[in-house]
Design a protein around this ligand. Structure first.
Ligand SMILES: NC(=O)c1ccc[n+]([C@@H]2O[C@H](COP(=O)([O-])OP(=O)(O)OC[C@H]3O[C@@H](n4cnc5c(N)ncnc54)[C@H](OP(=O)(O)O)[C@@H]3O)[C@@H](O)[C@H]2O)c1
Length: 264
């Protein structure tokens, strides 16, 4: 019942975690606004959602277009005249060693994973302040809590995400605003296909780690439970949870295992 009639804007809704959240939230009759670049993929997700909910709007956009983000946010608010929850799921990962990686790849990873959710949030804050309520959910990563090979830029961007949204939680200028940071380990989605390689071209491969990842349905269910419980931080991981534990309590073992694991 919690999500019924809630107005929820999901970025990265054309695929993976964002698309699965859209479907499960539609089943609970939320009112959805879906954003991503691929309009035809968004239309497919929308069609699926409209089987369950009466309200599902698409707002195709590149969240990295800094000049148009403010307008994008205004359009999202205008869709139903309000936003209750925003879920920042748009993201792109990396598969390249630091020594080979072009600086342009780092900039691209920072744009989509960090600057986009930061800018959207900044332009949404006045809306949340006006009504003294709202919920911001950001999909970070276990790579935002510790290092992981082949992901220097991705891990840097996700660490920045954690820093930004955790600080927003601490600033607490809007009493009715909740912030949930989600840190998934490997989830079974096509994310490794679009991962940026050293020169910015897509990796185009489903990695074994991705294929054997946590089912996306389970990931979406855990995110929704966390939102409902207004959790500040959710970790959704199997092996990475143990790695993180080692990072805290047995760093030498963490470095040995993470080096090997991350290369696969
Ligand atoms: N899968 C995992 O193992 C995993 C683990 C930890 C964290 N995460 C995080 O979870 C989030 C979702 O990832 P996923 O696994 O669902 O990957 P995915 O299936 O590749 O989905 C990524 C989504 O981001 C959108 N996107 C990428 N660049 C964009 C841009 N410039 N503007 C607008 N939308 C853009 C894509 O849509 P278009 O291409 O249509 O724009 C797509 O809808 C990401 O933030 C990712 O970092 C995933």
């Amino acid at each position: 019942m919690y999500f019924k009639d809630k107005i929820i804007w999901i970025t990265g809704a054309s695929s993976g975690i964002g698309a699965e959240l859209a479907k499960q939230l539609a089943i609970l009759e939320a009112k959805l606004i879906l954003t991503a670049r691929n309009e035809s993929a968004l239309l497919t997700v929308q069609k699926n959602c409209l089987q369950y909910t009466a309200c599902c709007t698409i707002l195709p956009a590149d969240v990295c277009s800094a000049d148009t983000i403010e307008v994008l946010v205004q359009h999202a608010i205008a869709a139903y005249g309000n936003i209750d929850i925003v879920i920042h799921s748009a993201g792109i990962t990396q598969r390249s060693l630091a020594i080979n990686t072009d600086m342009s790849v780092y900039r691209q990873l920072m744009e989509v994973n960090f600057f986009a959710p930061a800018a959207i949030t900044k332009y949404l804050l006045p809306h949340f302040k006006e009504k003294n309520s709202g919920h911001i959910v950001v999909i970070g990563s276990m790579a935002g809590l510790m290092g992981f090979p082949m992901r220097t830029g991705y891990a840097a961007a996700k660490h920045a995400v954690k820093g930004f949204f955790e600080t927003l939680q601490v600033e607490h200028t809007i009493p009715g605003l909740y912030i949930t940071i989600v840190s998934p380990g490997r989830i079974k989605t096509p994310i490794s296909l679009s991962a940026l390689t050293a020169n910015g071209s897509p990796h185009n491969k489903m990695d074994a780690g991705q294929l054997n990842g946590i089912p996306v349905v389970v990931c979406a269910q855990k995110i929704m439970k966390g939102i409902e419980q207004k959790r500040k931080h959710i970790i959704i991981a199997r092996g990475e949870r143990i790695l993180y534990w080692l990072w805290w309590y047995c760093p030498p073992l963490y470095y040995r295992i993470a080096r090997k694991k991350g290369m696969r």
